[in-house]
Design a protein around this ligand. Structure first.
Ligand SMILES: [Zn+2]
Length: 290
């Protein structure tokens, strides 16, 4: 919708596309000559530097219609260091009248130099996952980010539920973080998915923290809801913010070939320590009252 609005030749007073002009029709048909998208290849973990160079070449071509070129990189989270450097060159001297849209979920994982050259637009998700699922069911096209959202918002898959239960067990001191790290590092290719899920989980717990006390009082029903309630009780907001930062950092280090076992141990130890500090504080408070 943003790309279409940038290319539309008769936007309304708010800058939104008309949906009827030649440009809009071409965008809807997926054949607009000045709009192109860079996604990582199927089966590849990162966006390749050669693909990024091709993207740079296209963005500098003379546009065929009147509104400039629009290039989309989705997701920008999957750029490795050399691709990010190649992108930086285009962002440093952008072609006049053209736009580069970087779509991502882990904005802070990009380098500060790259971020400083962009205008950031945040699209927060509604806290009610049913609303997100309904929106996804009618979403227009299957882009990379929508595919990931569909995976994340499908009703609990067994795999994700297993991850959640294991994480809750670590926080309750019922599962050894080192042994779990050993088990999880065998996930291999699925490790980025695990960390993306973990990041989503931290964000979700932060959202639960900000809900009104009234909303928190409703009894959790499903196994997942119970785990989420346990984790929200045991982890303070500052612990959760630290875990969010650590997850982004771990995801970045994972791409740079660091040892997964060590990264996971560090990560899980932080979940455990975070959950212990809150319960220690609570015990102390109760002790003081009695
Ligand atoms: Zn239009």
């Amino acid at each position: 919708m943003l790309a279409q609005s940038l290319l539309c030749t008769s936007t309304d007073s708010t800058g939104l596309c008309c949906g009827q002009c030649q440009s809009c029709l071409l965008v809807q048909a997926g054949t607009h000559p000045d709009l192109f998208r860079l996604e990582k290849e199927e089966g590849s973990k990162v966006v390749k530097v050669d693909d990024l160079r091709e993207f740079n070449r296209k963005i500098f071509l003379t546009p065929q219609l009147e509104r400039g070129n629009v290039g989309i990189i989705d997701p920008v989270d999957d750029l490795n260091r050399s691709s990010a450097n190649a992108l930086l060159k285009s962002l440093e001297e952008p072609p006049h009248g053209s736009h580069i849209l970087l779509v991502g979920e882990r904005w802070m994982s990009l380098s500060a130099t790259l971020r400083s050259r962009c205008l950031t637009v945040r699209f927060p998700l509604p806290p009610d996952s049913a609303v997100v699922r309904q929106w996804l069911a009618n979403a227009p096209a299957d882009t990379a980010i929508l595919k990931r959202m569909r995976e994340r918002y499908q009703p609990d898959t067994t795999k994700q539920q297993d991850w959640l239960l294991a994480l809750t067990a670590v926080c309750l001191g019922k599962e050894d973080p080192i042994l779990l790290a050993e088990r999880w590092q065998k996930l291999g290719e699925e490790l980025p998915d695990l960390l993306d899920w973990m990041y989503g989980c931290v964000v979700y717990l932060l959202k639960l923290k900000t809900q009104s006390l009234e909303a928190q009082k409703t009894e959790p029903n499903s196994v997942s809801e119970k785990s989420h309630a346990t984790l929200t009780n045991r982890l303070s907001t500052s612990s959760l913010l630290n875990l969010a930062k650590l997850t982004i950092e771990t995801r970045r280090l994972l791409d740079s070939q660091a040892k997964p076992q060590m990264l996971l141990e560090n990560m899980l130890a932080s979940w455990y320590q975070g959950s212990q500090s809150v319960s220690a504080h609570k015990t102390h408070r109760i002790g003081a009252v009695t």
